[in-house]
Design a protein. Structure first.
Length: 233
C-alpha cells in the first residue's frame, strides 16, 4: 500500500480579468498550499472509498478521472480532512496527488480535470492565470492563517454565474467573487462577522467560498490555525 498526502489550497486573492467565448472566466490569482491535507491510500484493485462515506460514483469523481488520465488502475481510500465545498480544493488536491504518484507533470494536461488541479499539482505558492492552467511558481513565504469553515459549501458554478449576472463587480477585499458568493449564500455573512469579532481582523473569502480566513493565529472552537507549506512539502 502507498500513502499520499493531498494538500489543501487557499486562494489568497482572485481577480477576474475576462470571460472567454466559451464562458470560462479568466483569472489572476495567488494560491498557497496548506498543512491541512487529505490522506490517500493506494493499493491494487479498483474503486474509490471515502472513509466514513463509503463508495463513490466511479464515473463522477476526480480521482477516477485522474487515474484514467494517467492510464492506471488502483483502489483508493481517502481519509478526508479538507471539507467539501469549502473552496479549499479538496477534490483537486486528491486528483493532483494521483497525478504525482503516477509521475505525471503536465500542468496544461492537468487542467482538463479542473481549474484548481494544475496549482495543486505544482503546490507551494504561485500566481495562477488563464482559466487556472497557467501556473507561475513564486517564492515560498511562511504564513500562519486562521480558517473558519461554515457547515455548508458554496457552488462554484453558481457563484460565477451570479458574478456575471451582477455585471462583474470588483471585490473590495482582493476577491472579485466575494460579492457574488454573499449573494448566492447570504449565510456567509454571519460567519464572516463572527471571525472578524473573534480576531479583530478583516476576513477574506477563499475563492468562491465558503471558507473565511485571516492572517495570524486565532485558535477557537470553530476555527483552525494552519501554516503554508512549500512545493513538495
Amino acid at each position: 500500500m502507498t500513502t499520499l498526502t493531498a494538500r489543501a489550497k487557499l486562494t489568497l486573492s482572485l481577480r477576474i480579468t475576462g470571460v472567454r467565448s466559451d464562458g470560462y472566466h479568466l483569472i489572476d490569482a495567488e494560491m498557497v498550499s496548506l498543512e491541512l491535507a487529505d490522506t490517500l491510500s493506494i493499493e491494487a484493485g479498483h474503486g474509490v472509498v471515502i472513509e466514513g462515506g463509503g463508495e463513490v460514483d466511479p464515473d463522477d469523481n476526480l480521482i477516477t478521472r485522474a487515474l484514467a488520465l494517467v492510464g492506471r488502475t488502483a483502489r483508493v481510500t481517502v481519509s478526508k480532512q479538507i471539507p467539501t465545498g469549502a473552496g479549499l480544493g479538496g477534490g483537486s488536491a486528491d486528483a493532483a496527488a494521483i497525478l504525482r504518484w503516477a509521475g505525471y507533470t503536465d500542468v496544461q494536461g492537468a487542467a482538463q480535470l479542473g481549474a484548481d488541479v494544475p496549482f495543486c499539482l505544482v503546490g507551494g505558492r504561485a500566481r495562477i492565470q488563464g482559466i487556472g492552467e497557467l501556473v507561475q511558481p513564486l517564492e515560498h513565504i511562511p504564513r500562519t492563517l486562521t480558517l473558519l469553515m461554515p457547515p455548508f459549501g458554496c457552488s462554484t458554478p453558481a457563484v460565477y454565474r451570479c458574478w456575471d449576472e451582477m455585471g462583474g463587480p470588483k471585490g473590495s477585499n482582493g476577491n472579485d467573487l466575494e460579492p457574488a458568493a454573499l449573494e448566492v449564500e447570504p449565510r456567509l455573512d454571519q460567519y464572516r462577522r463572527a471571525l472578524e469579532r473573534a480576531t479583530g481582523q478583516t476576513a477574506r473569502l477563499a475563492g468562491s467560498g465558503s471558507t473565511w480566513f485571516v492572517e495570524g493565529a486565532y485558535p477557537g472552537e470553530d476555527r483552525i490555525v494552519v501554516g503554508t507549506v512549500p512545493a513538495g512539502g
